[in-house]
Structures are given as structure tokens and as C-alpha cells.
Design a binder for this molecule. Structure first.
Ligand code: 6CS
Length: 301
């Protein structure tokens, strides 16, 4: 669900009530958000995350992938990266002092939100149809690109999604349950040439050991991995990959908080501080301007 569909207060409450009823009904028979989880009755998922809860606990907990520059857990345990830093600034505007990061796989983030393991997702969880139906996405913070990690010199000239579909000798690594796995599925890429890996280091290692011909991941994430893993090149952004856009995501039962957060975010996106955060982490702050959740939620998968 996206905030653009929440308009008049009466409609918003009816949407929130509807979502809560939907989710509560789902919880009785396995949560309706599509996750087979049962939320702790006292958790945010069961009752919805609220500003009152945030102020009562003194923080907002967020699921992150620990994949710089989108998200990063620092050595002292603090959470940074483009998305958490934006959320921290907006949460401060709401009077919430602290942000706590919980590392999760991308495919575990929405079920974990439904189960109340965290209050929100701020991870670069790219918007697409199946995700947009299970959470409330706020205004896009990041719009970025995808690339291939390839052996030095790109000997098989892998540059586009069409290249890997038509060259039937190629094997491609993607994160299990990640956005890129959906890109392959939408493109009709055969599963017997896909290698699903559990984390980014495994993807880089699969490439280094010649088990795959390329590793598909966001451009800036691959460039960050190059700092600690030499021996591969990062292709230019893939021209025929879908636009990757992300923003914070909240449980369907948290419509009121999501609306309050999004109103502050829309203002924050106009500030120099927003631009400074995006630029610090290597993103183009202009890329998200003018892009809507509705547009990004059209992405198949
Ligand atoms: O949204 C996702 O699933 C993808 N997002 C990022 C920031 N990295 C890889 C992941 O597959």
C-alpha cells in the first residue's frame, strides 16, 4: 500500500481500520500480509506502530541489510547508511531520539515487520508490486541502479539483462529472495542458470571461484564490495534493469504513523541536509525527486 491512497482523515482511519482488521483476521489464520508469521499481541504489528509507542520506548527499530552505502552497521553497533540516516533525521523531527538497526536478509524484512520484530524497514528494500501490497511505503528516498560484478575485463561482455538471457552459457548469482532475483524471473531467465546466494560475500566468492559468470546487485553496493574484495569489475548501470527505488516501509496496521512520518519526510526531502546525506553515501539526491511510490510500485515481481 502507498500513502498516496491515504487522503482525507476519515478515509485514512478507515484504511487503517481496514488494514488492522485485515491483518488481525490474517493473524488468526497466518498473517494476511502473506507472511506465515504470528505477531506478538503486544507488538507493533498487532496494534500498529504509533508515535506514542515510539516515544514510550525512546527509539524506532529498523530492519537493515548491512549493505553499504544503503545501510551499514558500524563497529560500535550503531546503524548508518543513506536510508537509516534519512530516517534518523525524520524521526528526530517527530521527537524520536534513537534509531536501532536489526540486520535481516531482504526476504526476511517484510515477514519480520509483520511479526513485530522491528518497527520499520529502512534498508533500500526496492519497491515492486508484491512488496507494495504488503507494507506501507513512504515517499522514495533513493532511486538507484543495478550492475553486474564480472571478472576483470568483462571477458564475456555482459552488459544487459538481455545479454544474460540470450547467452545460454551464462550463470548468474543473485541474493536469495532479493529484488534482483525478481528481475531474472520477470526476464524469463531460467532457474537452472541462476545461483541464489545467502549474502553479498557469497556472491563475490561465487564469481571469484568461476561458479558464476556475474553477480547482479546494485551498482553502489558492488563498488563498496570492491573495497574489500578485489579481482572483479563493476559494469556500468544496466540499461534494461528496472528503476530501483526505496524509502521507509511500515506495517499495514501503522497507517497513522506512516502518514505522520511521510509528511515530515516530504518536507525533509526539500532540505540541504537531505541532499548532504544522499551525497555523502554516493547517491544522487535529485534522482528521487519527482519519482512516486505509485510509479515504483508498478515494477513487476
Ligand atoms: O530490495 C532488495 O531486495 C535489494 N536491495 C538492496 C539495497 N540490495 C540488494 C537487494 O536484493
Amino acid at each position: 500500500m502507498r500513502l498516496g491512497h491515504i487522503s482525507a482523515p476519515g478515509r485514512r482511519r478507515s484504511l487503517a481500520a481496514g488494514a488492522a482488521l485485515l491483518c488481525f483476521a490474517g493473524l488468526l489464520a497466518g498473517c494476511s500480509t502473506g507472511a506465515s508469521t504470528t505477531a506478538d499481541p503486544t507488538s507493533s504489528a498487532a496494534t500498529g506502530f504509533t508515535l506514542e509507542k515510539a516515544k514510550e520506548q525512546g527509539y524506532i527499530s529498523i530492519a537493515v541489510g548491512n549493505e553499504p552505502p544503503y545501510t551499514k552497521i558500524e563497529t560500535d553497533g550503531s546503524v548508518t547508511g543513506a536510508e537509516p540516516d534519512v530516517l534518523r533525521a525524520v524521526a528526530k523531527e517527530l521527537g524520536i531520539a534513537e534509531v536501532k538497526g536489526v540486520v535481516s536478509t531482504y526476504d526476511g524484512m517484510i515477514p519480520g515487520l509483520a511479526a513485530g520484530r522491528w518497527d520499520a524497514i529502512a534498508a533500500g528494500l526496492f519497491m515492486k508490486q508484491s512488496r507494495c501490497s504488503q507494507v506501507i511505503y513512504t515517499s522514495p528516498v533513493i532511486v538507484s541502479t543495478e550492475s553486474f560484478a564480472v571478472p576483470a575485463g568483462n571477458p564475456k561482455s555482459i552488459k544487459t539483462i538481455a545479454d544474460i538471457v540470450t547467452n545460454t552459457d551464462l550463470k548468474i548469482a543473485v541474493l536469495n529472495g532479493g529484488f534482483e532475483e525478481g528481475i531474472l524471473k520477470t526476464a524469463g531467465f531460467p532457474n537452472d542458470r541462476k545461483v541464489a546466494v545467502k549474502d553479498n560475500q557469497s556472491g563475490v566468492e561465487a564469481l571469484a571461484s568461476n561458479r558464476v559468470d556475474a553477480f547482479l546487485l546494485p551498482t553502489l553496493s558492488l563498488k563498496d564490495l570492491q573495497k574489500t574484495n578485489g579481482g572483479f569489475d563493476v559494469t556500468d548501470p544496466i540499461p534494461d534493469a528496472p528503476k530501483t527505488g526505496s524509502g521507509a516501509a511500515f506495517a499495514l496496521t501503522s497507517a497513522d504513523f506512516a502518514k505522520a512520518y511521510n509528511d515530515k519526510l516530504e518536507e525533509f526531502k526539500k532540505t540541504d541536509e537531505f541532499a548532504a546525506i544522499l551525497t555523502k553515501w554516493g547517491f544522487d539526491p535529485e534522482a528521487a525527486q519527482g519519482v512516486t511510490v505509485d510509479e515504483l510500485c508498478q515494477t513487476e515481481g
